[in-house]
Design a protein around this ligand. Structure first.
Ligand code: HEM
Length: 376
């Protein structure tokens, strides 16, 4: 069936910009709801005590969510250019070039959000408003000296490198090199996040690195399949079946690394099930488990029906289902960011920093405001 014939049989599609905006706004609303409902919401600053305030408190997780989306977008477009389009195919040039350009834009947004995230993280940990942080003497030193903000600066630099190199790639193995660089840029925040401060931090860190890389390839790859069409249904089917193998491996890795990470965080206390059902963190884990089960069903349906229909020249079933699957995956990432901002039940270190905690504040504030104020 020609492209014109295919267009006639498929319903009108909303513009990509409208779809993307609706998804992002929906995901932010879901994140705010989950943080408010399960104990991850920021608290207003107590008068007389240091605090970054609600503006920073809410902007930090929202920035983290948008950053995760941009990173997943960049990784997915690069996977499409580097692997999903079979390398010997003459078409490589067109779909892969479009994917590389899109990867470059996603990476630029990623770099910007990581820089903003670095600032917000410093304010959050220092327990000061953005204005106070930006006007404090030695601001730049503290941005670099604090592990968490420095790691986001490193992400920003690496994402900028991805932006530039994705635009300059000309050879067929170039996209794979840029993909590896993008995957490396996912790692620094995990090495300085709460996984690194956990008692079993090696296991917590390694499993979270595997988790985030697998999720980024899985979700990003499917989104890229929906964004970039091949010339014919047969070539689309070839690309989709290549993705299907990647998806199966990433599904397994996401499940195993996620469960391991959850057990590490929940296992400290009296009983795993008590903490699963009795804490906001635990309930969010259960929500993710349910999402994973639903995604398993989507995977099965694609393998059982959609890919065959696609090869038979009927792409609409695959596109419709893949579209819904991407919506569920993006919602699950919002659940994941809410999880990373929700205190773990064992009081284990979480990503949530209590500016009122003198030990924490003291370390950060002396970094850029000199000796502690009279309140200590
Ligand atoms: C068996 C199901 C799953 C479990 C038990 C699980 C568990 C976890 C845990 C414990 C974390 C660390 C959270 C923290 O920082 O405290 C995490 C992070 C994450 N998970 Fe999962 N996960 C699962 C499935 C998924 C799925 C299906 C997706 C996406 C489609 C996903 C996306 C993510 C992302 C993006 C992060 C990092 C969030 C961030 O720090 O920005 N997970 N997951």
């Amino acid at each position: 069936m020609s492209r014109a014939g295919r267009a006639r049989t498929e319903p009108d599609r909303a513009s990509p910009a409208l779809v993307a905006t609706t998804l992002v706004v929906g995901a932010i609303l879901l994140l705010v709801l989950l943080l408010a409902a399960f104990g991850g919401a920021p608290e207003p600053t107590v008068p007389g005590l240091p605090g970054a305030g609600l503006f920073v408190g809410w902007l930090l997780p929202i920035t983290r969510l948008l950053l995760d989306f941009a990173a997943v977008g960049a990784v997915g477009c690069l996977l499409f250019a580097a692997y999903l389009v079979p390398p010997r195919d003459q078409d490589l040039r067109r779909p892969a070039q479009r994917a590389l350009r899109a990867a470059s834009w996603c990476a630029l947004v990623w770099a910007g959000l990581a820089a903003v995230g670095s600032l917000l993280t410093l304010a959050d940990i220092a327990g000061q408003s953005l204005g106070e942080v930006l006007t404090a003497p030695g601001f730049a030193d503290s941005l670099v000296s604090l592990d968490q903000s420095r790691s986001l600066l490193l992400v920003s630099a690496l994402a900028l490198l991805v932006t530039l190199s994705a635009r300059r790639v000309k050879t067929t193995d170039g996209p794979m090199l840029v993909l590896v660089l993008a995957l490396a840029a996912l790692v620094p925040p995990i090495l300085t996040g709460h996984a690194a401060t956990h008692r079993a931090h090696e296991l917590a860190t390694v499993s979270l690195v595997i988790h985030v890389i697998a999720v980024s390839l899985w979700v990003g790859g499917l989104a890229a399949l929906l964004m970039f069409r091949r010339r014919s249904p047969g070539k689309d089917a070839a690309t989709v079946s290549r993705y299907s193998t990647v998806a199966l491996v990433c599904f397994g890795l996401t499940a195993a690394s996620g469960l391991l990470n959850a057990v590490i965080r929940l296992g400290d206390g009296t009983g795993l099930f008590a903490e699963l059902l009795g804490s906001g963190y635990g309930v969010l884990i259960l929500v993710k488990l349910a999402a994973l089960a639903a995604l398993a069903w989507f995977g099965w349906w694609h393998r059982r029906h959609a890919i065959a229909l696609l090869a038979a020249g009927r792409p609409s079933a695959f596109r419709r289902f893949a579209g819904r699957e991407v919506v569920l995956m993006l919602a699950t990432i919002a659940v994941a960011v809410a999880l990373s901002r929700t205190p773990t039940p064992s009081g284990g270190s979480s990503d949530v920093v209590d500016p009122a905690d003198p030990g924490h504040q003291h370390a950060a504030s002396t970094a850029f405001t000199g000796p502690p104020t009279s309140g200590h």
